[in-house]
Design a protein around this ligand. Structure first.
Ligand code: HGY
Ligand code: MN
Ligand code: MN
Length: 416
């Protein structure tokens, strides 16, 4: 029998990881391969070693803590998430899955129960697009959707390529090909994550079982109008790039709101207005578009209509709008067998749960390309995330850890 997850330990790990933060007092910011993120990696490696896990990293910095099973010829079972954050974030997005995975492996180890397959807790490199503008770098590379060659053209705002940064940190380019995993290399993967929406909190239900994970289609948008004098240019003579951007943004919101698809979202999160001066009509705008759905057709419908509207705005306003595709990821349906195991364990533990769709994407979206994958959620207070107001009770993470630990142990003893 497994002991209950230790809330004090979970809290201590989360609070310590939260000290590796470049914006103390303004939420948590831990950006890929900055000193704060490297320090958090070092801390987690230390804690994995203390748990008696075998610690290793691959050539893009995915970090593994492995608890050996009895028979290594069987493919391993993974759990894990991320430690990098968006800007001015909370302390739970990603980290809850890391500490929960570590605690689950500790509980299994201390139980002395024999299990076949290796169990690993994985810290996936850079789930957030914060530094390089592309999400899920580590799990995307594992899925074979990010090659070493690709890393040469992925640059941060200072112009550093991911390739150069990896080299500077001593990662071995010759080993990059080994990051890729084939179907069968990993038997199953289960990720615990905060819900980042308000269903569990609103219903007072401690566990969400994820049926499917939405995937993002991301565009970088450039709008070129005519920079001119705010007073000297009559309203009929303007080609205002910002009002064009605003109209495109409202069109996107309307299309996503009115879509008949299952769970469609449309967001403009990043906007850069040039020259950004009080008395100058903006001549140029750079902005992001993030469209998501649980099904590809719904995303396609929204995009087709958006392109039609873009052309209308261009001709009516005399501006040029270019949309450059960053990534167009495919949604994931979670594995029904693992979902069944998760639900059985909730029922055996007397824990209520509900089925959910994940609007946020996760590393599991890419791990699902090569392994049977599922996720479980714990409540986000008021559904807030990607904000310093993000909060999840430590007791809820411990409850989720109990379900995770039982599920990992059961999967680790499956023959096929
Ligand atoms: O944006 C997302 O869905 C994830 O939190 N990076
Ligand atoms: Mn996030
Ligand atoms: Mn996350």
């Amino acid at each position: 029998m497994l002991q209950k997850a230790n809330v004090t330990r979970i809290r201590a790990w989360l609070e310590k990881i939260n000290t590796f933060n470049s914006t103390p007092g303004a939420g948590t910011t831990r950006v890929l391969f900055t000193k704060e993120e490297l320090a958090s990696r070092a801390y987690i490696k230390e804690e994995m070693n203390k748990l008696g896990l075998e610690v290793s990293e691959d050539a893009i910095g995915n970090l593994f803590g492995v608890l050996r099973g009895k028979n290594r010829k069987f493919a391993p079972v993974w759990t894990g998430s991320h430690i990098d954050t968006v800007l001015n974030a909370g302390m739970f997005d990603g980290m809850a899955g890391i500490v929960s995975g570590m605690e689950a492996l500790r509980l299994i180890k201390e139980s002395g129960i024999v299990f076949k397959r290796d169990l690993a807790v994985v810290v996936y490199t850079s789930e957030e697009p914060t530094r390089f503008g592309l999400s899920c770098l580590g799990s995307r590379a594992m899925a074979g959707e990010l090659t070493l060659e690709d890393t040469r053209s992925i640059r941060d705002e200072e112009g550093n390529s991911l390739y150069e940064v990896l080299g500077t940190l001593g990662y071995d380019y010759k080993e990059f090909a080994a990051v890729k995993r084939e179907k069968g290399d990993v038997y199953a993967a289960v990720e615990l994550h905060i819900e980042q929406n308000l269903h569990l909190d609103k219903e007072g239900i401690p566990i969400g079982i994820v049926k499917g994970i939405c995937a993002p289609t991301i565009y970088e948008v450039t709008i070129n109008g005519c920079q001119s004098h705010a007073g000297g240019t009559s309203m009929g003579d303007r080609h205002d790039a910002f009002t064009a951007a605003s109209e495109l943004t409202l069109v996107l919101e309307k299309l996503a709101r009115e879509s008949k698809g299952t769970y469609v979202t449309g967001t403009v999160g990043k906007v850069n207005v040039l020259p950004n001066a009080v008395n100058v009509i903006p001549g140029e705008v750079h902005m992001s578009i993030d469209i998501r759905s649980i099904d590809v057709e719904s995303k396609k419908m929204v995009l087709n209509k958006l392109f039609t509207e873009k052309e209308r705005i261009e001709s009516e306003r005399g501006v040029i709008i270019s949309l450059d595709l960053e990534n167009d990821d495919i949604p994931l349906k979670c594995d029904e067998n693992i979902i069944r195991i998760l639900k059985n364990n909730c029922e055996n533990l007397g824990i209520t749960y509900m089925d959910l769709i994940s609007g946020p994407y996760h590393d599991s979206l890419f791990v699902g390309r090569f392994a049977k994958t599922a996720m479980l959620f714990v409540p986000s207070k008021n559904g807030i995330s990607h904000s310093k107001e993000e909060w999840t009770d430590f007791e809820d993470i411990a409850l989720g850890t109990d379900v995770l630990a039982h599920t990992l142990l059961e999967l680790a003893n499956k023959d096929n």
